[in-house]
Each structure stands twice: as C-alpha cells, then as structure tokens.
Design a protein around this ligand. Structure first.
Ligand SMILES: Nc1ncnc2c1ncn2[C@@H]1O[C@H](COP(=O)(O)OP(=O)(O)OP(=O)(O)O)[C@@H](O)[C@H]1O
Ligand SMILES: [Mg+2]
Length: 454
C-alpha cells in the first residue's frame, strides 16, 4: 500500500539544519514546514496540524520540552521526536518523561530519522484505512449484518432488500462458509416478520427418520420414542421464517409432502388429526449447485420450482478479495471484544497474506483464522507471525498471471502454471493442488518429472 504523505513540522533555531532537514524530508516524499522557536511552532500548529513534530530541545525562549508539555496539556496526540546537539542524557530523560515519541542526538543519523518518519506514515495509513473500514462496517450493519463491499456483496445487499420486502421463498447457494445462513437471517431481519421466529432446520444434521417429525411435529405415541407431543419447525416458525438448510439432503420420500404443505399452508402433526394452519416464509440453502441436485435426483424439480422464486448465489471468498480486509476488521472487533484483548486490527503485511490466500473454507475459515490471531497477538496489530503457519507461508505479490505464448507446448504451459502456483503458495503443495484442481499426488509426480522433488 502507498504510504500516506505525512507532514512534518521541524522546530529548530539553526537555519542550516532547517534547510538540510527540509530537503531530506521532502526527498523522502513528505511535506515539511519549519519554525524557529516554540512561539512560531504554536502559530504553525494553529494553521494546520502536522502528523509529526521534530523539535530541538534547546530553543530560544520556551524549550522544546516545554513545547511538548504544552502540547500534552492540550491533549494533543501528535507524536513528537526530540533532538539535541549534545547527547544530553538529562534532556533525553526529560523529553521521554514528557511523552516524546523518540529522541535523536545530533548530528542526526538520517537513516534513523527516516525510519521514524516512515513508521509514523505507516501508522497514519493504517488508521486511515481502519477508519474507512469502520465507516463501511457501519453501513453493512444496517443491511442485516452482512459485511462486505465487493460488487457481488453490494448487489447481494440490494437483492436481499428486495426479497425481504416480499414474502417469496428463495434458494441460497454457495460453497460452505460463504454466509448462506447469514443471508437467510438478514432477509428475515429486514422483513416485516423480523419480530417473529427465525427457525433453522438442517436436513443434513438430523437422522433421516426424524426429519419428518422435526418438520411437522408429532403427537404423543405417534411412533416409538414419541413420549410427548411436540410442535414441528413449521409450527415453531409460524408468522416468521423457516430456514431449510442443506435442502438437497432432504429425503426424497419426504419432498412431495413438503411441497404439498408449502402449497396448502396446512400441516398435520405425525399421529395427529388436527390440521394446523401456518404462515411461514421458507428460505432454503444448499452448498451444491441446485441444477446439479435436480439432475442427480436429490431435489425434486417441482419442489425446486416452488422454492426457487429467487435464487441467491453467494460467490466464494477467493472471488471477492475486496471483502477480506473488511471482514477481517469485523472479526477483529468481534473477538477482541469477546476475549477482552485490545487488538487494533490487521497490519499491512498480514492483510497482504490474507488477500493472497485462497480461503477454501471461505468466510468461516477467515473468522477462525482471525479469532486465533487475536488470541495469539493479545494486543496491538495482528502481524504475520500471529497467523496460521499455512497462511504465513504464502508469498503475496508473486506473479498472478503468466504468459503463455502461442506455440508453447501444453506440457510446458502446465509446468509454468504449476511452478507459479507453488511460488505463490509458498511451496505449499496441498494449497497449490487445491487451487489447480489437482490432487497432491499429481503435483508430486509432476515435480519429480521436472527433477524438482527432493
Ligand atoms: N458477509 C458476511 N458478513 C459477516 N459474517 C459472515 C459473512 N459471511 C459469513 N459470515 C460468517 O461466517 C461464518 C459462516 O457463515 P454461514 O454459517 O452463514 O455459512 P454457510 O454458507 O451457511 O456455510 P455452510 O454451508 O457450511 O453451512 C459465520 O460465522 C458467519 O457469521
Ligand atoms: Mg450454513
């Protein structure tokens, strides 16, 4: 990321030093204003607020340390770097006590000064970015807690608002961890059913024989083990939203009944005789392609058409890297609060790694990685060493595209692609295999045939 162009206020009574510093600092790409003494520095501060002050300790009139104390009394948070000609230990101690950010002795070591200014600039960039992220998060919170700013999330947010204002059903598709349940919940929250129940039923998590009674409820004695009568998900969700998760796992035998009940809005508990009317909006989700589920005979076509008034397809996280910093920020806030660890955010280097990683587990995986990083870091910014080893190993900024001239053999193109992918993943064969859609064994075999496997 481009460092922010910070402005530096240099306070020194020695004209030659002011001039040298001005030229140097401008060379480094920062803006400079100068003042000869504390009084002029105060006037300059009233004009515009610099990002950092570089001040001599010994000044005519008010000393540099007094200037620093005055700033602190006024709750000024501008970092101040002090310098003195004499390597004076007492002055250094005074300045640090008064809250100086750092202390330099003259003659100045320009490399050290530059390092200090660069780190001020990096913090500025970081804070600006975090501000932007926060502003974005405020916006997302109002759209059902669905965080993201990529084009696909923004379109999704619009679509969700449209769907929420209707009573239509929808099928939500996307890889595992892409946020299908978040979307279902957002639709419910934004709909006028929001103060009624949101009931989720996961067809993959319930033994097949029990799904029917989970859906429709049962009366006492309806089957062995039915000791008490119980309402089903349809009854529980009455006037609210029923979320049918993993719809493709719904037993085929049950699907015609489910369809009939959706059309009639009446259901009978197992073993019951009373028809119970219900009013629910149904949202369904699956992490396979619905078309394939229908084709493979897992989902009845008529049920599919009944549910699929709207189709919401969530893209995998690797296809919307723009969302990664914002989601990371969101999760840092969540977990620093939860674990009472004042972690500020994700630093530049870590962000680059997070953006380069391919997130096979999507947002859920990112959330787990951030929780772990918050716990490891405890405070300050999350650095690469706080991330999981397989993410640390990634080499961001490696080539993202390769040149394949016409006429190159397929074998050579394949070799180029495999080696480039390995470079980008920090030689992580499992991750490279995943990205290439190969198995690890194939990668190993290829490397061996290139004479590259040790
Ligand atoms: N856009 C998002 N904003 C905020 N949090 C999100 C977002 N997407 C996903 N999450 C979080 O990621 C985790 C996984 O999301 P969710 O459970 O909705 O995924 P899913 O698609 O239903 O996954 P699965 O197919 O495995 O059930 C949850 O903790 C959720 O809060
Ligand atoms: Mg889910």
């Amino acid at each position: 990321m481009e460092p922010t162009r910070i402005s530096v206020l240099v306070v020194d009574d020695e004209p030659a030093l002011r001039e040298v510093l001005t030229l140097r600092i401008q060379d480094w790409g920062y803006d400079v204003t100068t003042a000869v003494d504390a009084a002029e520095a105060e006037r300059a501060l009233r004009q515009s607020r610099p990002d950092v002050i570089l001040s001599d300790v010994v000044l005519p009139g008010i000393s540099g340390v007094e200037l620093l104390r005055w700033l602190k009394r006024n709750d000024e948070t501008i970092p101040v770097i002090m310098m003195t000609a004499h390597g004076n230990i007492d002055a250094a101690v005074d300045a640090m006590k008064a809250g100086a950010r750092d202390f330099l002795t003259k003659p100045l070591d320009h490399a050290v000064l530059r390092g200090l200014l660069d780190s001020v600039a990096a913090e500025r960039t970081q804070r600006q970015l975090d501000h932007e992220l926060d502003a974005n998060l405020e916006g997302s919170a109002s759209i059902g807690g669905l965080v993201g700013k990529s084009r696909s999330i923004r379109e999704l947010q619009k679509l969700i608002q449209v769907i929420a204002s209707s009573d239509a059903s929808a099928i939500i598709t996307g890889e595992s961890g892409t946020g299908k349940e978040v979307v279902a919940h957002a639709i419910h929250t934004l709909s006028n059913r929001h103060d009624k129940p949101f009931v989720a039923l996961n067809a993959a998590a319930i033994p097949e024989g029990l799904i029917e009674s989970e859906l429709f409820g049962h009366e006492q004695g309806a089957f062995t083990g039915a000791n008490r009568s119980r309402p089903g998900a349809f009854e529980l969700a009455n006037r609210g939203t029923l979320f049918l998760d993993e719809i493709a796992e719904m037993p085929m035998a049950l699907q015609p009944k489910l369809l009939r009940i959706l059309e009639d809005s009446y259901a009978r508990r197992l073993g019951g005789s009373k028809e119970i009317h219900f009013d629910v909006r149904v949202l369904a989700a699956t992490n396979r392609s619905v078309a394939a589920a229908v084709r493979d005979g897992l989902l009845r076509e008529d049920l599919f058409y009944r549910l699929n008034v709207f189709e919401i397809a969530l893209s995998p996280l690797r296809e919307r890297p723009d969302d990664i910093p914002l989601l990371a920020r969101h999760f840092v806030r969540e977990f620093s609060r939860k674990h009472s660890m004042p972690v500020e955010g994700v630093n530049d280097a870590s962000r680059a790694l997070l953006e380069a990683y391919s997130w096979p587990g999507n947002v859920r995986e990112l959330r787990n990685v951030i929780e772990r990083a918050v716990i490891v870091a405890r405070t300050g910014w999350i650095e690469p060493r706080h991330l999981s080893p397989h993410i640390q190993a990634i080499k961001p900024g490696g080539p993202t595209t390769i040149q394949v001239p016409a006429g190159m053999t397929l074998a050579d193109a394949e070799r180029l692609l495999i080696l480039t992918t390995l470079d980008r993943t920090g030689q992580n064969k499992a991750e490279a295999a995943r990205q290439l859609g190969l198995d690890v064994k194939t990668i190993r075999n290829r490397l061996r045939s290139y004479g590259l496997d040790k």
